[in-house]
Design a binder for this molecule. Structure first.
Ligand code: TYD
Length: 205
């Protein structure tokens, strides 16, 4: 039997990486085989690494379309190399970000949403996508704390993060798949408990 494919999404600073980690620790304790992964893929020789180091860093130099295509290519290769084989072996796959990120970030930079959907149409649908929802102000505060308070672009980014959050909340309307929104403005453990409840239900289906 195929494993379940779980995606954790949210605006920058929402805690997707923490929740991915906590979920994998829970799966481990339950004795379930799992693969923890993320997008963009950050290993050497992967398109995701090129995106992180050369495209996203200076994204004023690149069109939202070229960046969207690079993310989509990274994703399909990620699926073929890692996600699909693991699911076929019956493992649960937990990914920190997936095509939902492309559907919110690249249109916010100016790419056409229906075109972004089109170039991602060959990417397998997750069995559940969990959006960790936090207000933009909270995400900015967390990022500032993480960066040692030295970021001067924080307030310029506030509107951007607000728009990204709105896009995440609206995402379900146009996608025929199971999307769950959890309140991320609580302790890590409380958020984790909601995540586990959702994943438990998905696994029992
Ligand atoms: P991420 O690696 O999660 O950030 P970090 O490790 O630096 O905290 O993601 C990098 C950024 O890339 C993040 O702002 C979201 C963005 N992104 C897109 O714009 N489109 C995509 O398809 C993906 C997967 C990420």
């Amino acid at each position: 039997m195929e494993g379940d494919f779980i995606v954790i999404e949210g605006i920058d600073g929402s805690g997707t990486t923490t929740q991915t980690k906590l979920l994998c620790e829970w799966l481990d304790k339950k004795g379930k085989e799992y693969v923890r992964t993320q997008e963009p893929v950050k290993e050497e020789l992967h398109i995701g690494k090129v995106i992180k180091e050369h495209l996203v860093q200076d994204d004023d130099d690149h069109s939202p379309e070229s960046i969207a295509l690079a993310f989509a290519a990274d994703r399909l290769i990620h699926l073929e190399d890692r996600i699909i084989p693991a699911l076929k072996e019956g493992k649960t796959v937990v990914s920190d970000r997936y095509y939902h990120s492309s559907m919110v970030y690249q249109p916010e930079h100016g790419a056409d949403l229906s075109w972004v959907k089109e170039i991602n149409k060959h990417a397998r649908k997750p069995d559940a996508t969990i959006i960790v929802d936090v207000p933009a102000e909270e995400s900015m505060k967390r990022q500032q704390k993480r960066d040692g308070g030295e970021s001067s672009v924080i307030f310029e980014n506030l509107d951007f993060q607000k728009n990204i959050r709105e896009r995440y909340i609206k995402l379900e309307e146009g996608l025929e798949e199971d999307i769950y929104i959890v309140d991320g403005v609580r302790s890590k453990q409380e958020v984790h408990e909601d995540v586990v409840e959702i994943v438990r239900e998905v696994m029992e289906k």
